[in-house]
Write a protein that binds this ligand. Structure first.
Ligand code: ARG
Length: 513
């Protein structure tokens, strides 16, 4: 027998390098709040159902509340030799109350349902933080001044100049994309927000558990009933990693635009000095390192998704130790994604777009050739295919002369030769980038009124998400406070049933499948 909590059947203890290889106390630091909350809920349920002697349950609740206070003061340390957070807390309770009393805590549960529940509780918080960070960034993107509605940027397809757009149009595009990330996170939250507690090792238990009671106390929307599924499932973690990876990719695409456009050759945007660094040798350099790292770190979030998929794919149902590596993988993606969202918001606030440069480029890069084709359709009744051909012939002829759309006298001459005369002044009106931008009034287009309409739509979506975020955070806080309150009252001698029936009346389950 060894003195491990599981030591009964062993003659020899594990070696220090085996402990080192298998422990999770380092990553479990993030789960302490969840594990304690969960322990308290579990013991409240054990006492309520009289699965363990109520006086022991009371004493354990007292000990757990003491540990909670120590945790809040930042004084709770996990000992690596106790392997993980679950054994650490159980050992602390036993050290305080003795095995006779504290040894009752782990009745009718397993570390398998515990760890799954802890991770769900932590992940819920992270998903809400990610929603909040996305909403903050979206708010930065949507808070642009009116002049951005006519500040010109070349729009690209194939990385080739396509049509002029406005800075406001670019900002709302990224906001629109990020709000989909928010919806994705909310979807994943929904599937994370189910309690695995009470599934025990894999098969349930013979003790008369109340899984709904613990689910309510832990603020879950429902119970993930099937015990084997509840202990085995990691798809909500993989899906979270997918949400972080997709979000990271979206931020990376914005970052790539900033990196490219801040270069001398584009000179379309300047990042704030505070988000760039210099060169050790080249005095002129201002490197957009935050944007570069945003782009590069999409590799980390994407990598986590692949790590988790690969880690889980061969694991048969029921817990296997492979699964414990879900946490360090995921923590890495969480830290990367959240820090990136926050720093990108700061950088985005300080971006300075150079509209004059954008307009200049659009005069030179033939971005408004489509306007001539559209004019020949609406003013002259040409079929679009024919009009496209005429405008294309003009572009070809101007290029041969080394001219651009600015050279409206040359343009008028060429069009007359092509049999579709348009005077130079009309051409100037057609080819002016601002006129083009103003004219794209279709829903979702780049005209000021279309961008304003989309901005209003997006703002409304932000409001809805912000309300959901606040009420969901509120629900979790309420459940946590209620659990502590019930534990305090009962540890102080109150009746389990009386306290819990009152407290849970305000903690509804809302599960829909
Ligand atoms: N520390 C473990 C983990 O992180 C907890 C579950 C361990 N369960 C077991 N049967 N070994 O996944």
């Amino acid at each position: 027998m060894t003195d491990k909590l599981w030591g009964g059947r062993f003659d020899e203890d594990i070696t220090p390098d085996v402990l080192d290889y298998t422990l999770t106390t380092d990553v479990d630091v993030r789960l302490v709040f969840a594990d304690l909350w969960q322990d308290i809920a579990h013991v409240l349920m054990l006492g309520r159902r009289e699965i363990i002697p109520v006086e022991n349950a009371r004493a354990i609740l007292g000990a757990l509340l003491g540990l909670w206070e120590r945790h809040e003061r930042g004084e709770l340390r996990l000992r690596p030799e106790l392997e993980d957070v679950h054994f650490n807390i159980e050992q602390m309770v036993i050290e305080e109350l003795g095995r006779e009393v504290g040894g009752h805590m782990h009745t009718a549960r397993s570390r398998n349902d515990q760890v799954s529940t802890d991770a769900r509780m932590y992940l819920r918080r992270v998903q809400l933080d990610a929603v909040a960070a996305n909403l903050a960034l979206v708010d930065v993107l949507l808070s642009f001044p009116e002049e951005d509605l006519l500040a010109i940027l070349p729009g690209y397809t194939h990385s080739q100049a396509a049509q002029p757009v406005s800075v406001g149009f670019w900002k709302t595009a990224h906001a629109s994309m990020l709000l989909r990330d928010v919806r994705r996170l909310r979807g994943v939250f929904d599937r994370t927000d189910e309690s695995a507690l009470g599934a025990c090792a894999l098969a349930g238990t013979s003790f008369p558990l109340d899984r709904e009671l613990t689910a309510r106390l832990l603020g879950f929307r429902g119970v993930l009933s099937h015990a084997l599924d509840a202990t085995s499932a990691r798809d909500h973690l993989i899906e979270s990693a997918a949400a972080f990876a997709i979000g990271g990719n979206n931020l990376s695409r914005m970052a790539e635009e900033i990196v490219l456009w801040s270069g001398h050759e584009y000179s379309l945007v300047e990042v704030p000095d505070a988000y760039a660094t210099g060169s050790s040798i080249m005095p002129q350099k201002k490197n957009p390192v935050v944007a570069e790292l945003t782009r590069g770190r999409a590799g980390r979030t994407a990598g986590t998704l692949v790590q988790l998929l690969t880690m889980a794919k061969g694991v048969t149902l029921g817990y296997s130790c492979d699964l414990q590596d879900d946490k360090p993988y995921l923590w890495n993606a969480i830290d990367t994604y959240l820090s990136t969202l926050r720093i990108v918001a700061g950088q985005t606030k300080g971006l300075r777009f150079n509209s004059a440069r954008g307009e200049d480029l659009c005069w030179d890069n033939f971005s408004t050739a489509t306007e001539l084709a559209n004019y020949l359709v609406s003013d002259r009744g040409l079929p679009f295919r024919e009009a496209h051909h005429v405008a294309g012939s003009l572009v070809g002829a101007l290029l041969k002369r080394g001219a651009t759309l600015r050279d409206t006298a040359a343009g008028a001459e060429i069009l007359a030769e092509l049999g579709h005369p348009v005077d130079a002044q009309t051409l100037t009106g057609l080819f002016a980038p601002r006129n083009a931008v103003t004219s794209y009034t279709s829903p979702g287009g780049t005209s000021p009124q279309s961008v304003e309409a989309v901005r209003a739509e997006l703002r409304q979506a932000v409001e809805g998400h912000a309300e959901w975020l606040e009420s969901t955070r509120g629900k979790l806080d309420t459940a946590h406070a209620a659990t502590l309150r019930a534990a305090r009252e009962i540890a102080g001698g109150a009746d389990f049933a009386k306290v819990l029936d009152t407290v849970t009346a305000d903690l509804p389950l809302t599960e829909q499948r």
